[in-house]
Design a protein around this ligand. Structure first.
Ligand code: ZN
Length: 469
């Protein structure tokens, strides 16, 4: 839902359709409310022209504000996906979080400082235009631009994460605590408090002061936006922490349906019918050389399908999103989040270009879910009641090795009529790790439970479900 306007400093610039709403509002406000008040007695046409000119300068100011963020990020090696202008201003989409607090501070402060600088320049220009008695068409927009940029700077400096001021706040807490997750949580909470205050204030304004109806609704909208993005940003940081130890190979699907570069489009169309995929990796032997989608196929006339090969219509490998199998999960998330990419191809770590797997958005979601439930249930510190099923027979001796965490402090408990403890010993499970092994005997048929406990630590209790036949 956005139009690409062009590329500045290698960063694509997009205009979201919602921006036209704010454009219309600003033209209206400037042309019929602000300018007639400041410069009475002009023609409607001139007021409209003033409105359009001011809106254009506002547009340019916001682009420069976003560029300031993006350029500092880029110079420090962070990737910027794109800059998008939308209903509430602009946003620079970063595909990764800044690696350290001082970079985040410089990056986030750059925007509001740039807005202040634009305000200063416009103000000086306005003073100059006054002294040379320049026409209203120059004075008016300059005055508005100066005023507007002060508002933009001030508004962005509200310490409500993820706005610029909130990022400044996070970088300061982050620098002093050294804990990025914690500082994100604190600044996201501050952001939400601000957001709620804005929303409540907006509702009160709407009902109590009818002439401020419009401003009230605006406040509610901005508050709602801040609260939902604060939540989203915090979630994002949480996910990054949870997948910190994973690699691309942990997220990928290993079985990948693929097509050879040599097959014709007729054969390709039957592959699409058979597998119901939207696209296939194109292979030369084991090597990935491109990707072909249903759209690529549809773009070719049917008469040509028998004589055209996949090689002729595929998107070449250079245009695909690829990662190596040992690349960190973080990189996969950044790639899939920043661009509108449906799938990432995973290549082997050697330089052979061998395709080892594929990661789709579904794979990413599933990995995050599994990882989070794993981390939640991982003992310790975790909830008690982990179940292990060990099938045994009456009279049989069987062994339980206590988990290595907690060392050798484990001891078993069970109903005396169900099992007897034959022996316990310390075993070496790794060169530097010891664990406790219990040998037990099952005494009767049934499903019974053995608890392993650590003295004084009720949390680290494991329940083994033993099925005795
Ligand atoms: Zn900004």
């Amino acid at each position: 839902m956005a139009i690409k306007l062009g590329t500045i400093y290698g960063i694509p610039l997009y205009l979201d359709y919602s921006w036209f709403i704010i454009l219309a509002l600003i033209v209206f406000e400037v042309a019929f409310l602000i300018m007639p008040y400041e410069y009475p007695g002009l023609s409607t046409g001139l007021y409209l022209l003033l409105g359009v000119l001011s809106a254009f300068l506002l547009f340019a100011s916001i682009v420069v504000h976003e560029l300031a963020h993006s350029i500092i990020a880029k110079r420090n090696g962070l990737k910027i996906g794109r800059i998008t202008l939308y209903l509430l201003g602009g946003v620079s989409e970063m595909s990764e979080e800044p690696p350290n607090p001082s970079l985040e501070l410089r990056m986030s402060a750059a925007g509001p400082l740039t807005s202040l600088a634009i305000a200063g320049v416009s103000y000086v220009g306005w003073l100059a235009s006054l002294s040379v008695k320049a026409p209203v068409i120059i004075r008016g927009p300059l005055e508005y631009t100066a005023l507007f940029n002060v508002i933009v700077a001030a508004f962005n400096l509200i310490p409500a994460f993820p706005m610029d001021g909130g990022r400044v706040l996070r970088s300061i807490i982050w620098r002093s605590s050294g804990d990025m997750i914690k500082s994100t949580k604190i600044s996201a909470t501050v952001g939400r408090i601000f957001a709620y205050v804005m929303m409540v204030g907006g509702v009160l304004l709407t009902f109590l002061v009818p002439s401020y109806l419009f401003d009230g609704i605006w406040l509610v909208l901005i508050g709602w936006f801040i609260s939902s993005s604060a939540q989203g940003e915090y979630r994002q940081v949480q996910i990054l922490r949870d997948v910190a130890d994973l690699k691309a190979r942990d997220m990928m699907s290993k079985t990948v349906d693929r097509v050879s570069e040599e097959i014709t489009l007729t054969e390709l169309s039957s592959q699409f019918l058979q597998y119901k995929h939207k696209g296939f990796p194109v292979m030369r032997g084991d090597e990935l050389i491109g990707c072909v989608t249903m759209q690529d196929l549809r773009a070719v006339k049917k008469e040509l399908w028998d004589t055209t090969r996949v090689l002729d219509i595929m998107a070449p490998k250079e245009k695909l999103a690829t990662v190596k199998e040992s690349d960190p999960a973080k990189q996969v998330l950044a790639a899939i989040g920043s661009r509108q990419i449906g799938r990432i191809f995973v290549l082997s770590d050697d330089m052979s270009g061998r395709l080892v797997g594929i990661i789709t958005r579904t794979d990413v979601m599933r990995t995050i879910q599994m990882q989070e439930s794993f981390l939640k249930n991982a003992p310790p510190p975790g909830p008690a009641g982990l179940e292990r099923n060990i099938p045994v027979e009456v009279g049989m001796l069987f062994q339980i090795i206590a988990p290595e965490y907690g060392g050798i402090n484990w001891s078993p408990s069970f109903n005396p009529g169900e099992f007897s403890l034959v022996s316990e010993q310390i075993v070496q499970i790794a060169p530097d790790k010891q664990a406790k092994q219990f040998t037990l005997q099952a005494l009767k048929k049934g499903t019974f439970y053995i608890n392993l406990n650590q003295p004084g630590d009720k949390k680290s209790s494991l329940t083994y479900t033993i099925l005795v036949n």
